[in-house]
Design a binder for this molecule. Structure first.
Ligand SMILES: O=C(O)CCC(=O)C(=O)O
Ligand SMILES: [Fe+2]
Length: 574
């Protein structure tokens, strides 16, 4: 993952990662030593900017030569120069390149079309297109300008029907109580007729009949404006998008890695994106005054597009069942302090988890979903990874901030460093992880899946874990086994069980900081302390593999039994 050399080009900024903010002084001394070793005479200016509490630094200089030499020098330093096991990573930022004029496309499609893209050039007759355009331009539904994620407002105007798409969060607003519902998709009129037609038209293999379409977005682009490159939000919309062009035509650009394709969308055309064109290629419209079409430059006029999409309904299992709320969430919130004392502080790390983490390439981005008190955060950083923990119990997450102070040498090393004071942790439910799709190299989910109270929810968690890793990324899942060995203090006589946990009074009341936190789910006073019950579904042999078989797009690579738990290693294959 670590580049051995900077890519060619004149960088304006370098971002350097691979240390933590307690080592700023060391970073300064590295930079000063580098400047002192340079040629005699005044060195070109170098600006150094440490964002607050972040483990990276931005370096800026008007001299590209200085940045290039500095970048090469930093890259040549051995791993561990600033932080044990950590290589320094250097990423250059280049000045925005001038947008090259797109090659002249044919009017209908590129010579090598994007797979999964279908263009129907004369989807609407000119008379139908102009009736639709007039209806939209005079519609009372245009709302105020939309705010975008990066700040500011969109230059194009937008109307949504059916569901509102929120450009700040790149998601659909589903909650009619907090957000005013958008107008329903019009029945009748030119928009309604088009909606009915899109819902009944067969768009061919991969797209089929779009009967489930339930959301319409109308974009009004002033001449010369475009839309930034994007893939329509995967978690909000299904696998087929249909966009009808009105008014002016435009060249749309498609990108996949370094590849570029350009497509002229004539007025009255319908563009259908499925499969790779929908998911693997991004699409966008460059802001420019003219487009190259059929050998000449055509001035861009005002263009409207009407996009039809299907909002994926939130999974029915998205809401926690009462048993899980009381006997899992409240349980962990209530017992967090003693849990930490008997788990994180003891610092017992399972060999199969360590094997998984050690097998990921150094510098991997790893998610620990259901990280609890953060027992494995130290292990992940020990292997040179970047790790983000998430858990539904905020009380357990708070324990990650106190440091585990366990006897495990890896944990102790970690506790000395400032990462333990600033772990990257986030509150979140493992059925809707607040983590980006396809972003992680690996994910672990340890002792979580046995707390989900229905098969749909268990499969939902597996899907979420596979969603956040990239194609080729690996997921490790471990959960309690029905089959316990002879010496185990647990004997399960059924798969759905309540497992008691004893909490001493001092952890609940003790020093004034304690107190019962969160709920008091399932608490009973017992023998000078309290007994809390937690709900568990313990897995029989092969059950994890069966659930994985229903996820799709993944491959179970390995699995086994370890100390009363079943585990599987999964690879995301598409
Ligand atoms: O204007 C278009 O044809 C495409 C609009 C689009 O990509 C979108 O709204 O996601
Ligand atoms: Fe789009």
């Amino acid at each position: 993952m670590k580049p051995s050399a900077l890519p060619a080009g004149e960088a304006r900024f370098l971002t350097v990662e691979g240390f933590d903010h307690s080592r700023r002084a060391h970073v300064w001394s590295l930079l000063l030593a580098f400047l002192a070793a340079g040629p005699p005479g005044p060195a070109p200016p170098l600006e150094v900017f440490f964002p607050r509490d972040r483990p990276y630094v931005y370096l800026h200089s008007p001299s590209p030569a200085l940045l290039k030499a500095l970048g090469a020098h930093l890259l040549s330093l051995p791993a561990g120069t600033l932080l044990p096991n950590f290589p320094l990573r250097v990423s250059p930022s280049y000045p925005a390149a001038k947008v090259p004029a797109p090659p002249l496309p044919g009017p209908e499609s590129t010579p090598e079309p994007v797979p999964g893209l279908l263009l129907l050039p004369s989807f609407l007759r000119p008379s139908a297109a102009s009736r639709l355009l007039t209806e939209l331009l005079t519609s009372p539904d245009w709302g105020p300008p939309q705010r975008r994620k990066s700040g500011g407002v969109l230059r194009r105007k937008v109307v949504h029907y059916g569901y509102t798409f929120d450009y700040e969060t790149s998601d659909i607003l589903r909650d009619g109580e907090r957000h005013p519902l958008p107008p329903p998709v019009p029945a009748g009129g030119a928009v309604g007729e088009l909606f009915d037609r899109v819902r009944s038209e067969d768009f061919g293999p991969g797209a089929g009949v779009r009967g489930g379409v339930n959301q319409v977005t109308v974009n009004d682009y002033p001449p010369g404006t475009g839309i930034g490159h994007h893939v329509d939000t995967r978690d909000a919309f299904d696998g087929c998008l249909v966009s009808v062009s009105l008014g002016s035509g435009v060249v749309m650009e498609f990108r996949k890695g370094e590849e570029r394709k350009y497509l002229w969308l004539p007025p009255g055309s319908a563009l259908v994106l499925t499969g790779p064109a929908r998911y693997e290629w991004s699409h966008g419209i460059v802001s420019r005054k003219t487009d190259a079409v059929g050998g000449s430059q055509v001035a861009r006029g005002r263009r409207l597009s009407v996009t039809f999409r299907t909002v994926i309904s939130p999974p029915p299992e998205g809401r926690a069942l009462p048993a899980e709320l009381e006997f899992v969430r409240d349980f962990y919130d209530s017992v967090a302090r003693q849990w930490h004392h008997t788990r994180g502080v003891r610092g017992v790390l399972w060999p199969s988890v360590m094997g998984f983490l050690g097998g990921l390439g150094e510098g991997s981005l790893v998610a620990d979903c259901g990280c609890g008190d953060g027992k494995y955060l130290a292990a992940a950083t020990h292997f040179g990874h970047y790790v983000v923990g998430s858990d539904v119990s905020m009380e357990l997450l708070k324990m990650t901030l106190t440091g585990a102070k366990g006897p495990d040498p890896i944990q102790q090393e970690y506790d000395k460093g400032p990462f333990s004071k600033h772990p990257e942790v986030v509150g979140g439910d493992c059925l809707r992880l607040p983590l980006q799709t396809g972003r992680f190299d690996g994910a672990v989910c340890i002792a979580v899946l046995h707390h989900l109270s229905s098969e749909e929810r268990r499969i939902g968690v597996l899907r979420e874990l596979c969603r956040i890793v990239r194609v080729g990324g690996l997921v490790y899942v471990q959960a309690w086994a029905l089959e316990q060995d002879e010496g185990s203090k647990r004997v399960f006589d059924s798969q759905d069980v309540m497992v008691p946990f004893k909490v001493q009074r001092k952890y609940l009341e003790g020093d004034g900081e304690g107190g019962v936190v969160g709920g008091e789910g399932g608490m009973e006073e017992e023998g000078g302390g309290f007994r809390f019950d937690r709900y568990c579904h313990v897995y029989r042999e092969g059950e994890l593999q069966e659930l994985c078989g229903r996820v799709g797009g993944i491959e179970v690579q390995d699995g086994g039994w370890e100390a009363g738990n079943w585990w599987v290693r999964i690879k995301r294959v598409n």
